[in-house]
Write a protein that binds this ligand. Structure first.
Ligand code: NAP
Length: 235
């Protein structure tokens, strides 16, 4: 059975992806800032640190062997008027959401090339499609992740590696509930449900299901796609 790494797998969407993939029999390791303490396949590492990411992948390889599935779910949001976003904050949000994907893909590619098979799924954001006021840094980073996904898909397709993105809409996680406290979200989660065609907030499991499909053999002819999971918003 194949080996997977899920960044941000300690919380919210990432945790649901870990649970789903394990239920399907994959061996799944977690990379997170604060991973679950009782999980032997969980590594504490910051996706912005190439050294920490290299060390985490080396430790996971020791335990599982080559890694051919990568889901990038670690993320950091922020809510400020553009003119109030100082450069350190801008850089931090780009670093976690975009450069983190660079580091993990670099770390996993040798295994995928060697295997002649791989699956990369990047969790971006529906805000990259719609825009979102007061989140310029986050929207810029997630838009870049969608672009990176398309470029990598073209480059890695001939190596048997597919690369897709799943941009979530409003998904009920700690990140969303924390965001709800910021007036700049544009209303409560309940307000957003009223504007969502399927009339409910998304569940982390909705994103996990899309990831599981994109990782499956059935999805081998799907690459470079941005598969929105958003209850019908941003169609
Ligand atoms: P979450 O519950 O906050 O989970 C994000 C995880 O990423 C947390 O465990 C967090 O660790 C970890 N993380 C943050 N910075 C990291 C770093 N530098 N290195 C390693 N791990 C780091 O949020 P979520 O809602 O599940 O979000 C998952 C992904 O979906 C993110 O990429 C987010 O941008 C995206 N997304 C979410 C929504 C939504 O509505 N929830 C919508 C669009 C996109 P700590 O908790 O320890 O900081």
């Amino acid at each position: 059975m194949k080996n997977a790494v899920v960044t941000g797998g300690g919380s919210g969407i990432g945790a649901a992806i870990v649970e789903r993939l394990r239920s399907e029999g994959y061996h799944v390791a977690i990379i997170d800032l604060n991973p679950p303490a009782d999980d032997p396949l969980a590594k504490a590492a910051d996706v912005t640190s190439p050294d920490q990411i290299a060390a985490a992948f080396a430790a996971i390889r020791e335990q599982l062997g080559p890694i051919t599935i990568l889901v990038n779910a670690a993320g950091l949001d922020g809510f400020s008027k553009f003119s109030d976003i100082d450069f350190d904050t801008w850089r931090k949000v780009i670093d976690v959401n975009l450069n983190g994907v660079y580091h993990t893909v670099q770390a996993v590619l040798p295994d995928m090339r060697e295997a002649g098979w791989g699956r990369i799924v990047n969790i971006s954001s529906s805000s990259a499609h719609s825009g979102q006021p007061y989140m310029a840094h986050y929207v810029a980073a997630k838009s870049a992740v969608n672009g990176l996904t398309k470029a990598l898909a073209l480059e890695l397709g001939p190596k048997g590696i597919t690369v897709n993105a799943v941009p979530p809409g409003f998904i009920d996680t700690p990140m969303l509930r924390n965001a709800e406290n910021h007036k700049n979200l544009g209303g409560t989660v309940e307000d957003h449900i009223k504007r969502t065609p399927v009339r409910r907030v998304g569940r982390p499991q909705d994103i996990a299901a899309a990831c599981a499909f994109l990782i499956s053999e059935d999805a081998g002819y799907i690459t470079g796609q941005i598969l929105g999971v958003n209850g019908g918003r941003n169609t």
